[in-house]
Design a protein around this ligand. Structure first.
Ligand code: ATP
Ligand code: MG
Ligand code: MG
Ligand code: MG
Length: 592
């Protein structure tokens, strides 16, 4: 393997006897995903509070390399780096409406004079105001600014370690243009830079069209690293490459077809107060044991039921049934209440399409009780909507995170969310669903923030025009975790060289002074050649522990100086590959 491309002019020697690190043999109890488990066990990060992490020396080295890639690609498109405070006054966010819109996700605080502050979740307002402060002419534009900075969001379910933190690092950039064509160009540049960044991280990723959501604006795309642990579900057409987040995806609306739903749970069919109990009874009654559209052992999850109360109000109940249970409806009932809410937010997910279409109010997501979520439906949009559920087709009741579909009262499909198996909107292909981790997001904001905060410049004719903006984010700390997620095995991390905390891990095994002398010499030669080296020089640690630590750390190349020394060889072993015996004298050369 070649590490030449990753070499620094000056190498670096990390002696394990000195390095501030403790590895753990046990998985931390709160860790659900591999990256979280391994980053903690390998001593890269430590939890300080839920969703809040401390970076230790090894972790910090990876983070710095990830940041450096992002910074280089931002600079390459001419974006200039600035740095805003995280602690910000309320006013600009009040003007843009986001002080309220962000709801409980915003960390708010007061100073000693009771003035309101927030810890910024993102910085559109501040960048807009900064440019307004300093620039006034079309001649100043286009402009792109970025920062790599700590963000705060009081996420409802901080999970998976760095993947969803409450404090995390984002690279956020903002473009400023005098007209729409300029914005298109700025957006295209950022999009291309993001492709380079995610290529350099070695991600397998898709670019999906996305909902602009709280940002408003017109065009928006997300970069999703393909991963089964991702929280985003997207549909993809293998034939033409069309991909979209399920929240944004639109399949062509098919000709009206008679509704043949099989698990209909409409309250009108359920006499009495429509409670979960009656719903369960109803389902049991409607589907006798041997005539159920689901089979024992199937997982029925993510169902969003609509309930009509006798007083005329309507409610949606989203249910995430924990996986791998025998689902007959009696058992479902048992699953509703005591069962753990699935950590991946399944019920939340079931409600998302309804949220996206405005059937349920914003701010509802994430405020669920442990195993059941209730959302109030807006009666105006409920009109004509029969129910929303993840299980409307025979044979498709067992679906892992799948968007819902709506039906009008006469059983025709009204709004088409996409389903696996749907035709691709662009051609003959068939849509399939998959999961991804949102690594980056590019938005055409348009004039929303510039209008709210009155950012204008004089155009060629001396006329004041509102600036048009884009905003672009990369999850930097999330990227560290996502790279780890895609590069590990059961023994530990296995970093790609471009972000590894070091390039070579030299392990000295044995007791003889000659082993340590040879290892020291090799490590020093490598450092002189510009290589970053972890050198396990711990005198009293067993070879087994040293190998286990090396595999846990995940440095790309491991060099073992030990038994072979008597025959004049050392063992060179890629972290994920077969080992090779190399003469000591050649080792430094072979490795570099
Ligand atoms: P998500 O859908 O995962 O909540 P988001 O859409 O809210 O993310 P954006 O506002 O688009 O996030 O922020 C830009 C980028 O910041 C995201 O693409 C993601 O990589 C990163 N990010 C967002 N929230 C978090 C978080 N809680 N922890 C770590 N990274 C995050
Ligand atoms: Mg979010
Ligand atoms: Mg998102
Ligand atoms: Mg986003």
């Amino acid at each position: 393997m070649s590490i030449v491309s990753a070499r620094q002019p000056q190498g670096d020697l990390l002696r394990l006897s000195q390095l501030f690190v403790r590895t753990l043999r046990e998985d931390p109890a709160d860790a659900e995903v591999a990256s979280h488990r391994l980053l903690v066990r390998a001593g890269y990060i430590r939890r300080a509070a839920p969703g809040i992490y401390t970076w230790l020396p090894l972790g910090l080295r990876v983070l710095a390399k990830v940041e450096a890639v992002v910074r280089e690609e931002m600079q390459a498109i001419g974006a200039q780096e600035v740095h805003f405070p995280a602690l910000l006054p309320r006013e600009p966010y009040e003007v843009s409406g986001r002080w309220t819109e962000y709801g409980p996700n915003l960390f708010r605080l007061q100073d000693r004079k009771q003035a309101d502050y927030l810890l910024a979740p993102t910085h559109e307002e501040m960048f807009t105001l900064l440019v307004k402060d300093l620039y006034s002419s079309y001649k100043d534009l286009p402009l792109a600014l970025f920062q790599i900075q700590t963000k705060y969001r009081d996420e409802a379910r901080p999970r998976a370690g760095l993947i969803r933190g409450r404090e995390f690092i984002m690279k956020d950039s903002y473009s400023f243009d005098v007209d729409d064509a300029g914005l298109d160009e700025s957006y295209a540049k950022h999009r291309a830079a993001y492709q380079r960044i995610f290529d350099r991280f070695g991600f397998e990723y898709v670019i999906v069209s996305a909902h602009a959501g709280a940002m408003g604006g017109s065009k928006s795309e997300e970069f999703l690293a393909k991963s089964p642990i991702g929280e985003d579900t997207y549909v993809e057409c293998r034939a033409c490459g069309y991909a979209a987040n399920v929240e944004a995806a639109r399949a062509p609306v098919p000709d009206p077809v008679p509704f043949e739903g099989t698990t209909e749970a409409h309250a009108e069919d359920t006499p009495g107060t429509p409670t979960i109990d009656s719903l369960v009874d109803h389902l049991n009654e409607r589907f006798p044991r041997d005539d159920r559209p689901w089979a024992a052992g199937d997982t029925l999850k993510n169902v969003l039921f609509r309930l009509d109360h006798p007083d005329g109000t309507t409610e949606a109940v989203a249910i995430g049934v924990p996986g791998n249970r025998e689902v007959d409806v009696k058992r479902m009932e048992a699953a509703f209440y005591p069962a753990e809410f699935t950590p991946f937010g399944d019920a939340d997910f079931a409600a998302r399409p309804a949220l996206a279409k405005g059937y349920i109010g914003p701010g509802a997501l994430g405020e669920e009780k442990p195993s059941k979520v209730r959302y109030l439906l807006d009666p105006r949009v409920v009109e004509g909507t029969r129910w929303v559920t993840g299980a409307d087709r025979p044979g498709q009741h067992v679906l892992d995170l799948v968007a819902g579909r709506d039906f009008t009262a006469d059983g025709t499909i009204e709004v088409a969310e996409v389903w696996p198996g749907d035709p691709c909107p662009n051609g003959d292909g068939i849509l399939e669903t998959a999961r991804g981790i949102e690594m980056g997001h590019v938005f055409q904001l348009g004039r929303k923030f510039a209008e709210a905060l009155d950012l204008k410049v004089l155009d060629v004719n001396g006329k004041a025009v509102t600036v048009t903006m884009g905003s672009y984010g990369v999850g930097v700390t999330r990227a560290v975790a996502a790279i780890a997620e895609g590069n590990h095995d059961e023994k530990g991390l296995a970093w790609p060289v471009q972000v590894a905390p070091a390039h070579v891990h030299v392990v000295a095994t044995g007791k003889g002074a000659e082993v340590f002398e040879a290892a020291e010499k090799l490590a020093t030669e490598l450092v002189d050649a510009g290589v970053e080296v972890i050198y396990d020089d711990r005198p009293k640690v067993s070879p087994g522990v040293k190998f286990a630590d090396a595999e846990l750390f995940g440095v790309p190349l491991i060099v073992v100086v030990g038994r072979g020394l008597a025959d004049g060889v050392v063992e060179v072993r890629p972290r994920a590959g077969a080992s090779e015996q190399v003469p000591v004298a050649d080792a430094a050369h072979v490795v570099t």
